[in-house]
Design a protein around this ligand. Sequence first.
Ligand SMILES: *Cc1c(COP(=O)(O)O)cnc(C)c1O
Length: 854
Amino acid sequence: MDFSKYLHKFTVVPSLSDELAPLQRIAYNLWWSWEPDAISLFRRLDQDLWSSTRHNPVEMLGILQQTTLESLKQDEGFMAHLQMVDEKLTNYLGEKSWFQREYNGDTNLKIAYFSMEFGLHESLPVYSGGLGILAGDHLKSASDLGLPLVGVGLLYRQGYFRQYLNNEGWQQEIYPENDFYNLPLTLERDSAGMPLEIELEFGPRHFKVHIWRVQVGRVPLYLLDTNLEENAPEDRLITAQLYGGNQEMRMLQEILLGIGGVRALRALRIIPNVCHMNEGHAAFLALERIRLVMEKRNISFREALEVTRAGNVFTTHTPVEAGIDHFPTEMLDKYFSKYIRSFGLSRDEFLGLGRQRPGDQYESFCMAVLALKLAGHANGVSQLHGEVSRSMWKNLWPELPEEQLPLTSITNGVHTRTWMSGQMGSLLVRYLGTRWLDDPTDHNVWRRISRIPDAELWRTRQTTRERLVDFARCRLKLQLKQIGATAKEIATADEVLDPEVLTIGFARRFATYKRGTLLLRDLERLHRILNNAERPVQIIFAGKAHPHDTEGKELIRQIVQVSHQERFRHRIVFIEDYDMEVARHLVQGVDVWLNTPRRPMEASGTSGMKVAFNAGLNLSVLDGWWCEGYQGNNGWAIGKGEVYADMEYQNQVESGALYDLLEKEVVPLFYQRGGDGIPRDWVGMMKASMQSLCPVFSTDRMVQEYAQFSYVPSYRQWAQLEADDLALARELSGWKQRLFGLWPGVTIEGVDAPLGDSVAVGSNLPVSVRVGLGDIQPDDVLVEGYFGVLDNQGTIRGGETVSLAAAEVLGGGLYRFAGELECRFCGRYAFMVRVMPRHPRLGPVYEPGYMIWG
Ligand SMILES: *Cc1c(COP(=O)(O)O)cnc(C)c1O
């Protein structure tokens, strides 16, 4: 018998009296998760429950008996603590922000940040790894800085899997259900109190969506949910798992995120003017924005594209094409054939939006290409990744030199207060004041780190390492219990690791390119390093492999097998189920953070930054962010940034370099103690690391850069195009059509410059160009010299452009443009000239096929 139709559902919530109501308010704003006083408030409520709920205050308040809660009112200490935290939250929400100070007046800016995953806290498991943590940290800093931003994502019933290992060390996956009613979620409702609902109809699928809100400080995050009773079973599964299911499921999730996300915001009466796609997953949002503008203003696809593109920002995170979603054209036919009718595009025109070569029938539909074509600003996540991305996507801008592609970089960061230990935070307040909190990107503030006495910084290091060892032992006991170990075996967990020993951490996704086993290549040598009687070393590993990644799981198995060997049993530990809690303990407790990606596969990496904020030192291949962070005295580099063709050879060379570094530099430095037991030089390096890295690698700096270089310029351009009922957008679209029609007549007839003699450094080289424009006016084009020093491959590096002014009308549509190139460095120079369209108001316009070089 099916009882489901008899179920009358209702929700029970704790009923707190007025005095205790602030508890609820704090529990429902994830601000608490980066406020140490709020965390200690909840821990104080019930220490055991705090751990067993995975630090979930909402669930905890639900479990605690009403009488227990009410009796708190008699606890004066608790009530004072509660009041203090409540006031802190009120102050936080009301304080004048960086954004108000910097951009006073731009009150119409509204940013929506779309991401497939958000890592905000371990109690809200809707993230898998780096991408999600970055998104979570982005929202937190956006809140701290007061950006007018909202987040959009999906609310997964099961989130990402939880990991445990069997006896052999083979990864097992479990998918616990998220109980939405015990999470800090609020269902969005309409004015009649009914759940707000949006509908999506794509191909054979037709379903409804609910919207839940998570409050992240001042920033709301809206999460979409298809698990509604009225939806078909297969549609209810769309929000079942993060990165679960097949390619078709992935496409449905991306339709939901991008298109459903825009519709959800409209239902909430939020009309963003800047939409940020965190990775290509969200790129369908650009189509929906176009569709809405077309519908509302009755304009063409091209016109709508001009406005909306200005307001789209795209961040790519992958240095390899295989890492990006590609969908077969049949799948687009299946789901989009009806949707694209509203665009007035042919099937091929539509499919071309996702192709590098739009006419290539065989090319699949790539979400990154779609995003790059429909976003006005695009960036990679470190300088090196920016370079790699430009090289990857250069075919999209065939006429531009690689270094000039409109694909820049904004290096990732981490949310300081989320990742820094409470001890370190208090130490900094004592010696730096609170300026590092208010103005975290100010180098001068962080220079004051040198004022902290070595002994105190070292003591903090010792304490957090001890906490990590404690935590690792506890976890190990739980792990042993879970696989049915005997009491005696479980007791041995107390013997592993040593709180005084140099501790290396390695935790990340077990993808093969990250080379989690590089350190295990020569076990004899490793044994001599770890078990040196005077100068021992220990390593803690953690990380998940994707459920389908057998190779990644094999790496985990190897590590676990090695850790079971008698000689390594006390020195190597694998902590299961890497999540934000494990990460926090690790980054706060380790002395050294090891990172061994195969360059340039690590787009940025962020865990090493978390370590830097806790005075740990990085030991890493020069890849991702570390190329920018490493300065010689603030950690160690494995190799010099070489790229090898032979992977096996590379592993050999780099593991050798790693062992050498450990033996000759890292270990001796750590154990070189003064009479007081303090390793002065090591502490000096800790300070150099914090001084150089903390002001740079935070999401505060990162979000400020997004505001400065992406959001605000995007918004201004969008506003210009949008003004007066899209006057400029319509005009631009018509202008482009006319100009592009005349473009085939544009020619460079000749270039004149006195190249015979060498040019003295510091002097200028006069250049003039004769350009045939036909019926195009000289005001409608930009003529430029692109020049610089040639590298040994004959390419201009670090080139500069100088615009050449119209100097003479030669008649017959022929014009002379002239200017001077400033030769500031010695060396072999070269220059080229180019002509491209320039809109009188909007400036140069680059579109593939409309630039000529001479
Ligand atoms: C920070 C973090 C990551 C990302 O770290 P990478 O250095 O990019 O590998 C992944 N997972 C968790 C749980 C984290 O906290």
